[in-house]
Design a binder for this molecule. Structure first.
Ligand code: PEP
Ligand code: MN
Length: 458
């Protein structure tokens, strides 16, 4: 029977074949961790989730742009004020640049407050001549070779680190961290490149001018310039965790769900506003797709080079049978050398199906390379090349790019090569701190925002 014809429940994924399965040795400890999770309060609420879904509808219709970014693998140790501030500040700066460039509202989603699980190509790796389980993210095991056995207590620790991170983000935003009346508080000191700094200052001045005008004419009566929305997201990989944070909750007022219920309630994943299915776990008959088809949240699907057009449409039909506009974000990540050949047919297939999605480009995951000395990196020009090709192909097909999905950090890391910082392969070891994929540093990420903004202004 096709999966969409069967009854869904938060645990129905357990009847399906699963990839990236987790095998714990202590089942009593797993049960107690899951029982604990199922009793803890939601981290996010239906009102916030639906607000994001409404904004994503705008992105699907070309009226907004989605900026999503953060670490490849968030670690529990990143739950500290400095790295959180740096990341939020970077996302805010990038969003201002993109608003300026695209003339559209920008929806901000952090890959944060829960991005603790990583799919791996191999379940084991050899460290110091010994084969041990691969690091699968702080929610499952530790990077330290002594901590590679999956530990169920980490499921609960993931909840608390997510909640603490989001609590701090909310508190900072509520305390004027993103107050657009004070754009000059955003410190440009870290932008060392003089030209880039001058460019950014010009934009900040132009924004300040607009804000001054709005204040003068009394346009900011709702206080909308004092803060911004920042949503959270992660890959929905560890389904035991997601299931236990999936709650039957009242729909927010005015929301018309695709499948109305007599009790006015629906199933919300309350661990994050937005979740996505990774490229390794998107099998149409698999456990992850089964779980995702039942939640009210807006969702993403990674679309890599192995995705067939028919398969893509089948996936959309399963997770979004009512064809709700903007419910699904397709996160394309083909690689700079494949995007021109692959994106067009996918755009046409989706158009033909009647689905209206947010097309988001992830220019990171198809552009990973290994240096001569064995370091995993990504070249800035390949990243920008995939983005600009995506912009071009969408235009050719009468479609539009609705957003970008980046691996970035607010720290001055040396993990990706190129950009105006001109990092070479030999510089990578200076400050390479990622435990998983290489991230754009703060300068490279901001520069990418400028380049994309420039594309819109051309
Ligand atoms: C990721 O986004 O970190 C990831 C693993 O991506 P993908 O599923 O596209 O490979
Ligand atoms: Mn990654």
């Amino acid at each position: 029977m096709a999966s969409q014809d069967t009854e869904w429940s938060p645990s129905s994924w357990r009847t399906k074949p699963i990839k990236q399965v987790v095998t714990y040795t202590n089942s009593a400890a797993v049960s107690s961790a899951l029982a604990k999770l199922s009793n803890l309060p939601p981290i996010v609420t239906p009102t916030e989730i639906i607000k994001l879904k409404r904004s994503l509808r705008d992105a699907a219709l070309g009226k907004a742009f989605l900026l999503q970014g953060g670490d490849c693998a968030e670690l529990f140790s990143y739950c500290a004020d400095a790295p959180i501030d740096a990341k939020v500040k970077l996302l805010l700066q990038m969003s201002l640049v993109l608003i300026w460039g695209s003339n559209k509202p920008v929806i901000r989603i952090g890959r944060m407050a829960g991005q603790f699980a990583k799919p791996r190509s191999s379940p084991t790796e050899v460290v110091n001549g010994k084969e041990i389980p691969s690091f699968r993210g702080d929610i499952l095991n530790g990077f330290d070779p002594e901590e590679r056995e999956p530990d169920p207590d980490r499921l609960v620790a993931a909840y608390f680190h997510s909640a603490t991170t989001l609590n701090y983000v909310r508190a900072q935003l509520g305390s004027g961290f993103a107050d657009l009346h004070n754009p000059m508080d955003w410190e440009l000191g870290h932008v060392r490149d003089q030209e880039l700094q001058a460019k950014y200052e010009r934009i900040v001045h132009s924004i300040s001018d607009s804000l001054r005008f709005m204040r003068t004419v009394g346009a900011d009566t709702a206080g909308q310039l004092q803060t911004v929305d920042l949503y959270t997201s992660h890959e929905g990989l560890v389904l035991e965790y997601e299931q236990n944070l999936t709650r039957r909750l009242k729909h927010p007022p005015g929301y018309r769900p695709a499948t109305p219920s007599a009790d006015g309630k629906g199933w919300y994943n309350t661990s994050a506003h937005f979740l996505w299915i990774g490229d390794r776990t998107r099998q149409v008959d698999g456990a992850h797709v089964e779980y995702f088809r039942g939640i009210e949240n807006p969702i993403g699907i990674k679309v890599g080079p192995s995705m067939g057009s028919d398969e893509l449409v089948r996936l959309l039909d399963i997770v979004n049978p009512s064809k709700e506009v903007g419910k699904v974000t397709l996160i394309t990540r083909y690689g700079a050398d494949k995007v021109e050949a692959m994106l067009g047919p996918h755009i046409e297939a989706v158009k033909g199906s009647g689905h209206v999605v947010v097309w988001q480009c992830d220019p990171m995951h198809g552009n990973t390379r290994t240096t001569a000395t064995g370091i995993k990196t990504r070249e800035f020009s390949s990243i920008f090349s995939e983005l600009s090709s995506a912009l071009k192909v969408h235009k050719q097909h009468g479609s539009f790019l609705g957003g970008m999905h980046l691996e970035l950090t607010g720290e001055a890391v040396t993990e990706c090569t190129g950009g105006s910082v001109e990092l070479g392969d030999e510089d990578l070891s200076l400050n390479y701190t990622s435990y998983c994929d290489p991230r754009l540093n703060e300068k490279q990420a901001l520069e990418l925002a400028f380049l994309v903004a420039g594309h819109y202004r051309e």
